[in-house]
Write a protein that binds this ligand. Structure first.
Ligand code: GCW
Length: 710
């Protein structure tokens, strides 16, 4: 048994993520765990059960400070028993079949119970994957120092498909990635298998993520060639025991001859032998059918295809005068015989559809409701624009009762401070999931659309754009790991609170010291609001620098109106904000009553979305009693002040955090503090040209004034 070492002295570089199985710090808990978990029995030898066994072995060895005896057939004494009624006669003998069944194909029960007259902890599931998920759950209980006595837990995921979408290119670069190169080493695959792949699988499975799309939606068609499918198959083999299916992003123009691929990937060409990718062309249909057959020869449990079509230069059915429906259904028919699905993205903003960019996807997709093949998801970003620091929820949620909608969140922080800013995203995702669409009266939340309960969807899914890279700590910023974790936890159970998830993560990742946990949790919980206030308060949106999207810019000319910040903020002498009310673009009409009325009326529109829906006079009186101009300045200064406080808090935490992670986070926070201060300077400086009002004293966001605004 190892002696208890002070946590702070243990070197930590972040590689272990939240699966950092350190010795339990509470002596009392440690004693109780050791008394109960004297041996582990995970009967069976399938790869998934072997993974569960290995994880329990590894986890308990670390948490309890020494190896625990392990058995592959039955539990002999006091200990942990995990399995299904099929893999373990001891579990079958418990007579829990009905409850096990009720947890569905991925769920599980964890109970303190007697097995053969001896005290035990039992993880019982209907599937081997359920056993693995239950094992991770048990380890989490120990990591967070929960009591095991009287344990009686029943879990099942609320959403079926819980995917990470990687925007990783085949050359190793990552679109909107801030954590180094891609973790997928295509040059080495399929022969060399980086051990990271397995650790990635462990991390994903530990939070219930059950699918991965390894390549960018801006898809290089080459991913579907035999050479690459062989590489993908090697990855799929590693991920499979962990319950993670592989999906791929497909380029709609793949069937074209190499020289004919239009648009963005012209230089690379298609991978087929056809002169068209028209979904109505029978050769094209056959091409995709044969391609699907080929994919399934390589990867028998392949999940399906994700498609970005006719968006940002990507090819699609419109190139041939067809529609999203025609394109999606053609692919769906090719995949259906194998049980594969299509995730067709709704991130489209064709300027011909409507002058207001945020109205376009709704106008294109709502008329198609009910016409998609049964294995098609329409994948919808959380808001109608593009992963801005804060957006109202996408009005498509609730508006397509006959089409399964898959939620797309962005875990990587493209518009939220990238690899620099500490921003815990769970509160934002909760705001979206808990938003009421009123589609079928009060209580028709976005979460109920996504989990299928509102419209009785036949399949349900939620995807997160991954923030993972080859940096030693996976996510670039140690705190960005919390977003990967939270995404998985919320995809599994959207009723969990952001606080609870943060607390779990902190305990598993940093420490169980209650005071430190509370301090870090509060810091995380305030960090998203701080980000919004720092960058785009009161419903401002899309005022970031062009291209890389970091830092403020209000005036560049992108050459396209709907990329131009001025198109979005519309600042002029009269006021600021995009008028989307009934007298403006009328995007409010895309929401159900009473929301459309609430958003439409300046008096009832939530102030968080004010400048999203309204062009508001500079001297408009806000609920605080301040004028809009003063309120804007106040919000900016609050954002900067909050960042300053995060930095101070972190410095105070120094004695409680291991040195490498402390220093690395400190460096990030210091940069964040400097970069955050640029926003009010640039934004208020710019807006002032129109408002012609002084920036209220004490609100310019400087260090001294920060304290006064507390
Ligand atoms: O958020 C925008 C990004 C693009 C991205 C696109 C999309 C993958 O700036 O980098 O492309 O959205 O979601 O397709």
């Amino acid at each position: 048994m190892r002696g208890a070492t002070s946590l702070v002295e243990l070197p930590r570089d972040g590689y272990e993520l939240w699966l950092d199985y350190r010795l339990v710090q509470s002596a009392e808990r440690l004693e109780a765990y050791r008394a109960l978990l004297q041996e582990i029995a995970v009967p069976g030898d399938s790869p998934t059960l072997a993974a569960a066994r290995a994880e329990l072995q590894r986890g308990l060895a670390g948490l309890l400070g020494g190896p625990v005896e392990i058995s592959q057939d039955r539990l002999r004494g006091t200990g942990l028993l995990a399995g299904t009624p099929q893999t373990s006669p001891q579990i079958a003998a418990l007579g829990w079949d009905e409850q096990i069944e009720a947890q569905g194909p991925e769920g599980y029960l964890i109970r303190s119970f007697e097995v053969d007259g001896k005290p035990a902890v039992v993880i019982a599931a209907g599937s081997e994957l359920g056993v693995l998920y239950g094992s991770f759950h048990l380890l989490r209980l120990l990591q967070t120092q929960q009591p095991l006595a009287g344990l009686d837990t029943a879990e099942r995921p609320k959403v079926q498909l819980r995917l990470l979408d990687h925007w990783d290119n085949l050359d190793g670069s990552v679109e909107r990635g801030y954590a180094g190169k891609s973790i997928w080493k295509w040059d080495e695959l399929p022969r060399t298998l980086d051990p990271r792949y397995q650790d990635y699988a462990r991390a994903c499975a530990s939070v219930g993520i059950n699918g991965a799309v390894p390549n960018n939606v801006n898809a290089n068609p080459v991913i579907l060639t035999g050479d690459y499918l062989e590489k993908v198959a090697a990855l799929a083999d590693i991920l499979r025991p962990y319950g993670i299916k592989v999906y791929l992003s497909a380029n709609f123009a793949s069937p074209l001859k190499p020289s004919d691929t239009p648009g963005r990937f012209r230089r690379r060409g298609g991978i087929g032998n056809l002169d068209t990718a028209d979904p109505f062309d029978t050769d094209v249909q056959r091409w995709w059918k044969e391609k699907a057959d080929e994919i399934y020869r390589y990867i028998p449990d392949f999940g399906g295809l994700l498609v970005k079509a006719n968006s940002e230069g990507m090819s699609g059915p419109f190139d041939y005068g067809r529609t999203h429906l025609d394109g999606a259904n053609m692919l769906a028919r090719a995949l259906a015989p194998h049980g594969g699905i299509v995730m067709w993205r709704a991130f489209v903003y064709d300027p011909h559809v409507d002058p207001d960019r945020v109205k376009r996807a709704y106008k294109e997709f709502v008329p198609l409701d009910g016409k998609f093949e049964a294995n098609v998801f329409v994948q919808v970003k959380n808001g109608p624009l593009d992963f801005q620091p804060r957006e109202p929820f996408h009005p498509l949620f609730g508006a397509m009762p006959k089409t399964p909608l898959m939620m797309e969140f962005q875990v990587t922080q493209e518009y939220l401070g990238q690899g620099i800013h500490l921003v815990y995203l769970a509160p934002m995702w909760k705001e979206v999931l808990d938003a009421d669409t009123f589609a079928q009266g009060e209580g028709s939340t976005v979460a109920k659309v996504v989990d299928g309960s509102l419209h009785d969807y036949s399949m349900t899914g939620i995807a997160g754009v991954a923030n993972v890279g080859s940096d030693r700590n996976w996510c670039g910023h140690h705190f960005a790991q919390a977003n990967w974790y939270a995404f998985g936890r919320l995809a599994w159970d959207h009723t969990l609170s952001a606080e609870q998830i943060a607390e779990e993560w902190i305990r598993a990742t940093f420490t169980n010291d209650d005071g430190v946990v509370a301090t870090i949790r509060d810091m995380m919980m305030g960090s998203w609001e701080a980000c919004v206030n720092t960058m785009m308060p009161l419903g401002l949106h899309h005022i970031m620098r062009e291209g890389h999207h970091y830092g403020p810019d209000l005036e560049y000319d992108a050459g396209r109106e709907d990329w131009n910040p001025q198109y979005f903020h519309r600042a002029d002498d009269a006021g600021v904000g995009y008028d989307r009310s009934r007298s403006g673009s009328n995007s409010v009409a895309q929401y159900f009553p009473p929301l459309c009325d609430e958003f439409d009326d300046l008096m009832t529109c939530p102030e968080e979305y004010l400048l999203w829906f309204h062009h508001v006079p500079w001297d408009y009186e806000m609920r605080s009693g301040r004028t809009l101009w003063d309120e804007l300045a106040w919000r900016y200064s609050r954002g900067v002040a909050a960042v300053g406080r995060m930095l101070e808090t972190w410095v105070e935490l120094k004695p409680s955090i291991d040195s490498q992670r402390y220093e690395e986070v400190l460096e990030k926070l210091s940069t964040q503090a400097v970069d955050a201060a640029e926003w009010p300077q640039v934004c208020l400086g710019y807006f002032q040209k129109f408002s012609r009002r002084p920036i209220p004293e004490g609100l310019s966001g400087s260090a001294k004034q920060r304290d006064e605004s507390r």
